[in-house]
Design a protein around this ligand. Sequence first.
Ligand code: ADP
Length: 402
Amino acid sequence: MMDFSQTLINKSDAIVEQWVEAVYQDEQIEATKELTFKAVRDSLPRVLKALATVLSESEKSDLQTVVDASLEHGLLRAEQGFEPAEIAREYRLLRFIIFSFLEEDLLKASPVELLRAVRLIDTVIDEAIARCFNSYTHGRLQELEQLQSQLRLTNQELTRLVRASKDSLSQLAHELKTPLTSIIGYADLFLRQQRQNPELKDSYSNLESIERVMKSGRLILRLINDTLEISRYDAGRMILQPTVINVCEVINSVIEIIEPLARNKELSLIVDCDRAPNQVTTDPLRVQQILTNLLSNAIRYTESGTVSLQCYQESEQTWAISITDTGLGIASDAQSKIFQPYFRAVSEQQASDSHGTGLGLAIVSRLVQLLHGEIKVDSQLGKGSTFTVILPLYSGSHSSIE
Ligand code: ADP
């Protein structure tokens, strides 16, 4: 009988090298983006050595080495922030690379030997994946438990803050409470399900709970980032970086990002830049932020119809961008309040469905001020809204609020 394990051991360095390279290059394995080559490689040689041991004739029934190495590998990947799908891909790449290295040997083998080797490699890798997931879930569970107890403390702290004062910090605390409560609730549910039925490890309902935890986590992050953005402006620390820009290019860069959102809701997105000024001096990043916020609002608060953007020169010194939607509209008494932080003109349920933070327009109005412009809203309840931003053709840095 041929002993493929020897080939595996002899070529192990080259296999590991190619594997790490493949894992690195695979665009669907995003966790490696922030890791060094060494960190990705770390426990791989041990996994491979274990595979070779199992393949060797003398120890053919001993899966324990693979089990141990894979458990170690799984824990490491959990620490490194890999997703389960990324681990599965990583093992698929390993299978592929092992076969390509063994190809020459396999072709020389008899059909019986060939079948045995292929089956064995498949079994061993499947076992490795299963074990790796096992310890991955274990690692994640521990993390989740720690996170949960930290969040509980944070939540208590926030409750105290809300009771103690009425300033914007307490408002933020209030806004953070809902997603935090949901994170804690779902994490708790997930952990309880795990304990009651460890076999359900990657069942659909668990994935759904984790998905909800992630969604709430993302919302908290956005709330904190948006609040920081506002406080940066209010402290005069937001600095203008003006350059000469091509307005249409800046608009199109935002449209490209926002277009899938409109497509998902089957809204038509119309852009008219025909009357745009040729040259404008302004801070492109700030203009992009303003447009992203206004367009995403227009899409989020419109169920059917059209979202359109028009860019035109308004006067000798000014240019304008108007964003019109055929959505919910805003009642006239709410129109003056929507630029205040955390104000929502929609019901609590609608606000939560829209995944907003209540800070978008507060940021937009500050950015418009920073660019020495103005923003107007024209809206009718049930018909739709038009937000118009008017900006100077030249927004120099010398007159910015710093
Ligand atoms: P949010 O994250 O809640 O969208 P914003 O500050 O961006 O926060 O907007 C504040 C409120 O203004 C929203 O909650 C919504 O009620 C209203 N609003 C903003 N844009 C629109 C729009 N295009 N159509 C209808 N209502 C809007």
